[in-house]
Unconditional design. Structure first.
Length: 23
């Protein structure tokens, strides 16, 4: 996942997915 997709995902989903701590 690209860093540009992380902020979008973070807005739509809560800080629970495994990629959140990686960001």
């Amino acid at each position: 996942m690209s860093p540009q997709s992380l902020p979008l995902r973070d807005v739509h989903l809560p800080p629970s997915p495994p990629w959140w701590p990686l960001a």
